[in-house]
Design a protein around this ligand. Structure first.
Ligand code: C2E
Ligand code: CA
Ligand code: CA
Ligand code: CA
Length: 279
């Protein structure tokens, strides 16, 4: 939603502008954040519905800023993209998420997939294939344990070469997920051109979801479309029992949201997904 303008990005983030730190300072801070180890990943579980097992987790980036505390991705990803820093930061995310998945795999969670969000710029980088291959090898991770979530805004960079890169990554056996489905640019064209395995229904359609609403009709149609195309359908942003019941009834394959589990640091993840024990 913050993406607009000629190259697809705003020139400042309002939330950043609002405080004393100026843009240049944020950029300088971002430049050193990686080497100073200020990035963290939190993990949100994906559940097979209804009330089914965990099928994996999505890695979500956080920046532990020395002055401003924990900063969310919506407040710095655009800056990272504009400055090109998203390439090394994205590589760090991929490495760290795969390292964590390796740990879970070793503990016996064989069927889990780790989902990593991919910026449009990474997707456009011809080296991405090598980066992905190297990270899988480094952590001895089977490709099917990795899912790359791409957003439809990526279609702005929809060149033949970036589609080829994604196709080659898919050919390795890595899953490709279309994130925020229904919100972006040329959704259906994108669906046709991407080697996707998964489709994530955007939170915007889930927020006010209940039977008989317009959102309900849209969600049902997306699920039907996904089924026809043989895609795993994930609903994100599930916060209420009503939403969960509806999504399950129309045949969503997996659910993700605060109702089932919030993003947590890795050391809390296994405990967080345990069913609540009576005290
Ligand atoms: P996204 O990929 O659509 O991720 C879902 C966002 O919704 C996350 O916000 C998550 O914390 C939040 N969320 C999950 N469940 C619920 C719910 O039930 N209710 C509500 N209200 N929110 C929920 P977060 O972590 O702030 O991430 C925001 C966006 O930043 C992500 O949207 C993704 O596009 C981007 N992002 C996150 N991590 C990375 C990363 O490592 N690389 C890149 N390039 N982008 C990232
Ligand atoms: Ca995502
Ligand atoms: Ca999403
Ligand atoms: Ca989003």
């Amino acid at each position: 939603t913050k993406r607009s303008g000629r190259n697809g990005y705003n020139f400042f983030e309002p939330s950043m502008n609002a405080n004393a730190h100026n843009q240049l300072q944020w950029l300088q801070d971002l430049r050193v954040a990686l080497e100073r180890g200020q990035f963290r990943l939190v993990y949100q579980p994906k559940f097979m519905s209804p009330d089914g097992p965990v099928i994996g987790a999505e890695a979500l980036l956080r920046w532990q800023h020395p002055v401003h505390g924990m900063v969310g991705p919506d407040d710095f990803i655009a800056l990272a993209e504009r400055s090109g820093l998203i390439i090394p930061i994205g590589a760090w995310v991929l490495d760290e998420a795969c390292r964590q998945m390796r740990e879970w795999l070793t503990l016996g969670y064989q069927d889990w997939k780790i989902a990593v969000n991919l910026s449009a710029l990474q997707f456009n980088d011809p080296q991405l294939l090598d980066v992905v291959q190297a990270v899988l090898e480094k952590h001895q991770l089977p490709p099917h344990c990795l899912t790359l979530e791409v957003t439809e805004s990526t279609a702005m960079y929809d060149t033949a070469s970036s589609m080829q890169t994604l196709q080659k990554i898919a050919d390795l056996g890595v899953d490709i997920s279309i994130d925020d489905f229904g919100t972006g640019y040329s959704s259906l064209l994108y669906l046709k051109r991407l080697p996707a395995n998964e489709l994530k229904i955007d939170r915007g359609f889930v927020r006010d979801l209940s039977a008989g609403t317009e959102d309900a009709a849209i969600v049902s149609a997306i699920v039907a479309l996904g089924r026809t195309l043989n895609l795993r359908i994930v609903a994100e942003g599930v916060e209420t029992e009503v939403q969960q019941a509806f999504l399950t009834s129309v045949g969503c394959d997996a659910l993700q949201g605060y109702l089932m589990g919030r993003p947590v640091p890795p050391e809390q993840f296994l405990q967080a997904i345990q069913p609540q024990q009576p005290t």
